[in-house]
Design a protein around this ligand. Structure first.
Ligand SMILES: Cc1cc2nc3c(=O)[nH]c(=O)nc-3n(C[C@H](O)[C@H](O)[C@H](O)COP(=O)(O)O)c2cc1C
Length: 193
């Protein structure tokens, strides 16, 4: 059973990349094979139906879908932009949903693995509103199974220790429980389950 961790942000000092990396470290500490990936390594143009008709989905979308296929569970750390998810995250999910082999709807990759969602923001809601939107996109839009456990980290600029853990003990425990719940669900419902 393998877990993938990524954030809907590319920024060097991204709090959400920190949160995704923390999740990866927690998984590894629990003996789970876990990989962190940076969306900066998967640049894609903004979705354009004419571009798709001309050239099909970009190579990076195919590569990212192939990467997702290697994992049973996926942990996404989602920043909040104007009460919603980032265009980067939505665009990535949109393009991946358009990568279709013969006879596929494009959603198989989402329907056959388990997702956990999390977010961090400098505000007091901790990206909570982006999580509501992301849960809707993943479950209703893409047909994915998203576990109910989630974590929103408010005041993110003060939330992390130098070693990447969360200063607040309860928040650190919550992050652990989200990763553990993802691992349990991925064992049961992931591609190897
Ligand atoms: C266009 C834009 C809109 C934003 N809107 C929100 C918002 O609605 N709620 C919020 O908590 N933070 C908002 N922020 C601040 C982000 O949470 C902050 O930039 C955060 O650091 C982004 O995540 P990252 O650290 O992972 O890059 C916004 C930032 C940008 C650039």
């Amino acid at each position: 059973m393998r877990l993938l961790f990524f954030a809907g942000a590319t920024r060097e000092g991204s709090y959400n990349k920190k949160l995704a990396r923390l999740g990866q470290h927690i998984a590894e500490a629990n003996g789970i094979e876990a990989v962190f990936v940076d969306l900066r390594d998967y640049p894609m143009p903004i979705y354009d139906g004419d571009l798709e008709a001309r050239e099909g989905p970009p190579e990076r979308a195919r590569e990212f879908k192939a990467l997702l296929c290697e994992f049973d569970g996926v942990f996404i750390a989602s920043p909040e932009y104007n009460s919603s998810v980032t265009p980067l995250l939505k665009n990535t999910l949109d393009w991946v949903s358009r990568v279709r082999e013969k006879g596929e709807t494009g959603l198989e990759v989402f329907k056959s693995r388990v997702f956990a969602i999390s977010g961090a923001s400098p505000g007091y809601y901790g990206a909570m509103r982006s999580l509501l939107t992301l849960r809707q996109i993943l479950t209703i839009g893409l047909g994915a199974l998203v576990i109910p456990e989630q974590i929103a980290v408010p005041r993110a600029m003060d939330a992390f220790d130098a070693d990447g853990s969360l200063k607040d003990k309860a928040q650190q425990e919550l992050c652990k429980s989200v990763v553990e719940a993802l691992a349990v669900a991925a064992r049961k419902f992931g591609k190897s389950g």
